[in-house]
Design a protein around this ligand. Sequence first.
Ligand SMILES: Nc1ncnc2c1ncn2[C@@H]1O[C@H](COP(=O)(O)OP(=O)(O)OP(=O)(O)O)[C@@H](O)[C@H]1O
Length: 515
Amino acid sequence: MTTNPLLDATGVAKNYGAVAALRNASLSVLPGEVHALMGANGAGKSTLVKILTGAIPADAGRVLIRGEARDVRSPAAARRAGLLPVYQEPALIPDLDVLSNLRLTGTPVEPFRAWVRELGIPNLDIRETARDIPLAILRVLDLARALAVEPDVLLLDEMTAALPANLAEKVLEVVRRQGDSGRSVIFISHRFVEISALCDRATVLRDGATVGVVDIEPGIEEKIVEMMLGARIEKTSVAAARVASQGSAAQDSHPRLSVRNLQLGTKLHDVSFDLANGEVAGVVALEGQGQDELFAALAGSIRPAGGTIAVDGAPVKFSHPSDAIQAGIAYVPGDRTEALAMQRSVRENIALPFSAALRKWGPIRVQRERMVVSSAIARLQIDTRAQGEVQRLSGGNQQKVTIARWIAADARTILCFDPTRGIDVGTKQEIYKLLRELAGLGKSVLFYTSELEEVQRVCDRVIVIFGGRVVDTFPVELADEPALMRAAYGLPRGAREDVGILADVRPTPDAEAAS
Ligand SMILES: Nc1ncnc2c1ncn2[C@@H]1O[C@H](COP(=O)(O)OP(=O)(O)OP(=O)(O)O)[C@@H](O)[C@H]1O
């Protein structure tokens, strides 16, 4: 590896009115390096990526590419300079099919197809309209589009955040190979397991400024968290919260939610399970195994073709999401753009479930709403500097707003679909603790997560879905990552097949030497 950086940015600053998104950011990336860009929600990571790739102009700063000063004023200029991003939100135009999207951006089709296959999607129909493609697949398509033009520096902004474990693993493999072939990758992620499996060094941002650059080596996580959060470090014990709340899983005669033989076309076959009062039940599944449909059916947004759902022992039929809300079920969807009114304020968004009842209850209710909303904002440490419109918040802070809403709404059953996607480590801890506290209050949580390690932190029990069926149920003590991965691939318990888990992605020096 040469010591001359491929990309070298210093003193980068960007203000949005009174909000300083970046004050003094620097980032230096070597050829062949996978370089992590880390920081808490709102630290300025996405802003820096957007500046480096010509999506927005900087107010100050200098960018050198291969030692030459470059003024990257547009995405096209960035592409010419060899820099290509994959942003947090999917970039395909929703009303066009994939092929038209490729043509629009001058992406070579065959290399794109090859990358799509390589990334674990064997049967993409490029005539499919982007709007009809699930979020996780859209993100992979954005990555394939970027890879197809063979960039010198690939900038990935929380690329794996919306991906189930099998697709995330493919992405990590591809990223590592980019590094091995002398190309560089700037990798933003809130998942330490990925950073340590993949990255050579990390640059840490805090409040818009670079606070340090570290080599990734065993035990570095602690130091990075300290640098990221500064005075905000949380020393909470989720395990303690779990123990405290476990006794409260009341032995009522009826479970909170009882699902029997749920059917939906080819997506759900005979899904049955119970969710107890005061229980956090995890749902683990690879991409497209019916988890989206299961959550949508429980949230009242699609009607199952067969089977029954009972709430507290009483059968329910949902024709609309409002029916599920009436039954005390709150839904936090994985796609935050689905949940949020982007042009409304943080407060309005959090208070949405209250709004319907407002007229009926008058000023007392309004006051209570204010209190509840303020406490949810404080609890989740939502960065309200840009709160006029939710669309101006950082991705992680938007996600926190979707979560704050169900705390404020005081629902009895909470369906969380990958709620911590894009959330920084400090706030994640807060969310785990909060879920355990909610369980302690007798609330029930169904928790789909694409981060398997979260299961151990939050859940009492895990349901594994494969091919639209519940294939296994684990008490949390037995739900380690290899066991969950095996079950998620439809393998029987105890089978010894190597399905490759994240920890294995980065080859050991011995394996590297051997290959
Ligand atoms: N268009 C905008 N108008 C006003 N403020 C903005 C705008 N875009 C970003 N900001 C603010 O700039 C700050 C940095 O945001 P940025 O998206 O870069 O953070 P981030 O580190 O990527 O966070 P996350 O981990 O949550 O994605 C935040 O306070 C955000 O609210």
